[in-house]
Design a protein around this ligand. Structure first.
Ligand code: ATP
Ligand code: MG
Length: 436
């Protein structure tokens, strides 16, 4: 893509409510545009990043055997009345009447709808376990939408639902998802900490929020620092390995404020290992057993001919929130650096040229064509701006690799800067090998 052709409507005058870095940057680099309170359009640059995140989330879900489907954004109020949540959900739910006067709603989550799909076809334990998921827009009429796409009203979420015949097997589904989440966040370049969360009336320890550390986060967290040192590589998807992994995590203290107890914290964590900081919730997993399957009449036959309610869990990841969360976690010294895995482009080519001397631009065009042939997604900065303003812009856009074509380059060697800002003068072949 040529920068001169890229639809990148940069906002110079930031709105006064853009108080955190990610919100400011996403507006300044033309990633999003607000269309109403808490409702955003995703412009090409932002959309590209979100789609990359979505794909990584999808791949890790598929790896644990979850199957993708797509449920609608609009749901009927009927199933919500059946589960009893229609009244309980409160004002966060956007309720609509269609032309026939029927009550419908814009889905804030999908437990009811997925249970309805499930109950109409699955009748036997033989068809279990199953994990189904979709990646779809949600609407929650948040009382105070803020921080851009971090807490908005319409947002993009991956939500998965597991169906098992008993608690034992439901726990395995939960552990698989726990593992998939850690792997997903790692691929996104994030250090996400699973925090024991409140399970409400069901009890047990089967609810975790995945939180990434960031000063601007809304969750207050209290943890033993050693949780950051757990290595995931030694575990795999076997039942016993997953159990060991979960045990290793649950032995270490890590909670958000709703579960915090000072007494317990001091007892379990040595003073110099105590970490009190803030974080952003990027995912939440939850085992709720038959909370929805019972009222919605979702039963299966067991091995010994009896009927049992299906045991369910639900598992969310805030795909659109992650775009902002990654920015919050990665922004340093006024510079943005996308992790390679989600960067909007693999590399940006920045030639130093002007109207009277376009030699470097010609060289850059050649490099650009070469990279395209190798399926390397390059952005060519062919705009007629000074080098210093180009650099300032690219520090904000945050593409992790740069090829600079200026005084330091020779006929076949170019200045290349990697994501750590280390610069070297190397041939195009060498650059390619670093980018593939
Ligand atoms: P929060 O405590 O932040 O309101 P939640 O507990 O309501 O989150 P879940 O229902 O578990 O969230 O939703 C799953 C994920 O969806 C969250 O972990 C978060 O990443 C994302 N999410 C929830 N609400 C919003 C929102 N208003 N805007 C953007 N993303 C959201
Ligand atoms: Mg909420």
């Amino acid at each position: 893509m040529r920068l001169s052709k890229l639809f990148l409507p940069i906002t110079k005058d930031l709105p006064s409510d853009a108080t955190i870095k990610s919100h400011q940057l996403m507006l300044r680099t033309g990633m999003i545009k607000q269309s109403a309170a808490g409702i955003y359009s995703w412009l090409p640059l932002g959309f590209k990043v979100m789609k990359k995140i979505e794909q990584i989330v999808r791949e890790e879900q598929n790896k644990i055997g979850a199957q993708e489907l797509l449920m609608p954004t609009i749901q009927s109020a009927e199933i919500w009345k059946e589960s009893g949540r229609y009244d309980d959900y409160g004002e966060e739910m956007l309720r609509i009447k269609d032309r026939q006067g029927r009550e419908i709603l814009y889905g804030p989550t999908n437990e009811e709808l997925i249970t309805d799909i499930f109950r109409s076809s699955i009748k036997s334990y033989k068809s279990l376990p199953q994990i189904l998921y979709h990646i779809q827009w949600k609407f929650r009429d948040e009382i105070r939408p803020r921080f851009g796409v971090m807490r908005c009203r319409e947002f993009y979420m991956k939500d998965a639902y597991s169906f098992d015949v008993d608690d034992e097997s439901a726990k395995l589904s939960y552990n698989k998802m726990f593992y998939a989440y850690l792997k997903t966040f790692k691929r996104l370049g994030l250090e996400a900490i699973p925090m024991a969360a409140d399970t409400g009336p069901i009890g047990g320890d089967l609810s975790h929020e995945f939180v990434i550390l960031a000063e601007t986060g809304e969750s207050k967290i209290f943890a033993d620092k050693s949780i950051l040192k757990i290595k995931l590589d030694k575990y795999n998807e076997d039942k016993s390995s997953l159990e060991k992994m979960r045990n290793e995590f649950s032995e270490i203290y890590a909670v958000t404020d709703e579960k915090f107890s000072k007494k317990e914290f001091d007892k379990k964590v040595k003073k110099d290992n105590q970490m009190i900081t803030k974080g952003i919730e990027v995912g939440h997993i939850f085992y709720f057993s038959d909370k929805y399957s019972k009222p919605l009449n979702c039963f299966v036959d067991t091995k010994d001919g009896k009927k049992t309610s299906i045991k369910m869990g639900s598992y969310g990841i805030g795909v659109s929130r992650l775009v902002a969360a990654i920015i919050e976690a990665k922004f340093l010294n006024n510079k943005m650096k996308w992790p390679k895995s989600v960067s909007p482009f693999d590399v940006v080519i920045i030639p130093n040229f002007n109207k009277n001397n376009t030699e470097n631009l010609k060289k850059a065009e050649k490099v650009y064509e070469e990279l395209k042939k190798q399926n390397i997604d390059a952005l060519l900065d062919d705009t007629d701006e000074s080098m210093s303003s180009k650099f300032t812009k690219h520090e904000l856009i945050g593409i992790p690799n740069q090829i600079i074509i200026g005084s330091k380059s020779t006929s076949d060697k170019f200045e290349y800067k990697n994501d750590k800002d280390v610069s070297s003068i190397i041939s195009l072949e060498e650059i390619k090998s670093k980018l593939i």
